[in-house]
Design a protein around this ligand. Structure first.
Ligand SMILES: *Cc1c(COP(=O)(O)O)cnc(C)c1O
Length: 387
């Protein structure tokens, strides 16, 4: 990775390093080709063409048509837009089904809707963070406007049974949105069968810069724009496009598609090595999540007799980046809502950390990281014993 020797970056579910190939593809659109893609002269048209190439590349990665891709400012906006659109179709439907372990983009949006009078069913998860598909099925009602369920969890890596979920929502004929931010670029995604109406993705989780995302909307699904204004994105998302970043997202998707299988194997091998070495050198640890159905890059670990915040601080001093809970909620006093939903006590949640890897990490970094974690844990535990 690009951080020299200063940092070991094991927090790839929070954000990722920009791929140099992505940056290279973007630069001409920050220098030479700065035209507005909506302008009618050739200088603008050239930029508009670049947007369409990017749209084709994003579509190719998820098996959609290019016209089913709407560029947004981030994954959060894509999710907000999807929920807004789904609820706009039939105002008589005021019931939403989601889970307790969603990213705050979905969680806070649904909480806000609940305050406005929508009824929200919050599906629970078991101790592995796994969903009960029959509970999902029985939660869908006549007045259900939509089901919004993430594909894989950003904190534990637990993957939901997406095939089964898609089968249920299709049979019941309700709108389905999935937050696939942690999955796109890591696992094969294909929305061609029509069972998914909306899918959110985000550039900065797949080696593109921050500030760009995309929403897939099935071509047969009625869509009401979340941002209104100009006619950009075929009148589905107003506002002059973040051209360079969209070009970058296209490139990141093209690279991800090309490297998906090889990277997937390489990254999960790194993660498995990390966990194996960690278990061998640190006692009293537990790996959290559904170990049989988990993203290959994510490791969520509970350390006995170690306060997570204290451990984070020691690791930070040693230059190791990882996180407690999700990046968006860390710093908060309470532990992770995901681990709590899994039935973990506040105390166990607070001694759990997430390590997440990417193709930019190396075997050497893993070995070094494990040494750092082991010595940090030992330091905190022995300080605890002296008290
Ligand atoms: C990061 C993340 C988001 C938010 O994406 P942004 O582009 O940062 O808004 C949403 N869902 C999940 C699962 C994430 O990991």
């Amino acid at each position: 990775m690009n951080t020299g020797s200063a940092f070991l970056y094991f927090d790839n579910n929070a954000t990722t390093e920009v791929d140099p190939e992505v940056l290279e593809e973007m630069l001409p659109y920050l220098t030479t080709w700065y035209g507005n893609p909506s302008s009618s002269y050739r200088f603008g048209k050239r930029v508009a063409d670049a947007l369409e190439t990017a749209r084709e590349r994003v579509a190719a990665l998820i098996g959609s048509l290019p016209q089913e891709i709407i560029f947004t400012s981030c994954g959060t906006e894509a999710t907000n837009a999807a929920i807004h659109a789904a609820l706009s179709v039939d105002p008589d439907r005021q019931h939403i089904v989601t889970t307790r372990v969603e990213h705050s983009a979905t969680l806070k949006t649904c909480e806000g809707l609940a305050r406005k009078g929508y009824e929200v069913t919050w599906l629970g998860v078991d101790e592995k963070g796994q969903l009960d598909i029959s509970e999902l099925e029985s939660s869908i009602r006549e007045d259900t406007a939509m089901v919004t369920v993430m594909w894989a969890n950003n904190e534990t890596g637990t993957r939901f049974p997406m095939d089964a979920i898609r089968k249920v929502v299709r049979e019941r004929g309700v709108f389905f949105h999935t937050d696939a931010v942690q999955v796109v670029g890591k696992l094969p995604v294909n929305v061609a069968d029509g069972s998914v109406q909306f899918l959110s993705l985000s550039g900065h989780k797949l080696h593109c810069p921050k500030g760009v995302g995309a929403l897939f909307v099935n071509r047969r699904t009625r869509f009401t724009s979340f941002l209104t204004g100009g006619g950009q994105e075929n009148s589905r998302r107003a506002g002059t496009e973040n051209v360079a970043s969209i070009v970058g997202l296209g490139k990141a998707c093209e690279i991800a598609g090309r490297k998906l299988e090889v990277d997937g194997k390489q990254v999960s091998a790194l993660r498995d090595t990390f966990e194996r070495l960690l278990m061998a050198s640190v006692g009293g640890i537990e790996i959290n999540g559904d170990l049989q159905n988990r993203l290959g890059n994510t490791s969520n670990v509970s350390f006995e007799n170690v306060d997570g915040e204290a451990l984070l601080m020691v690791l930070d001093k040693a230059g190791l980046c990882c996180s407690a809970g999700s990046a968006c909620t860390s710093g908060a006093i309470s532990g992770s809502h995901v681990l709590k939903a899994m039935g973990f006590s506040e105390e166990r949640s607070r001694r759990s950390l997430r390590f997440s890897f990417s193709r930019m990490n190396t075997e050497v970094e893993i070995a070094e990281g494990v040494r750092i974690v082991a010595s940090a844990v030992e330091k905190i535990r022995s300080a605890g014993r002296m008290q």
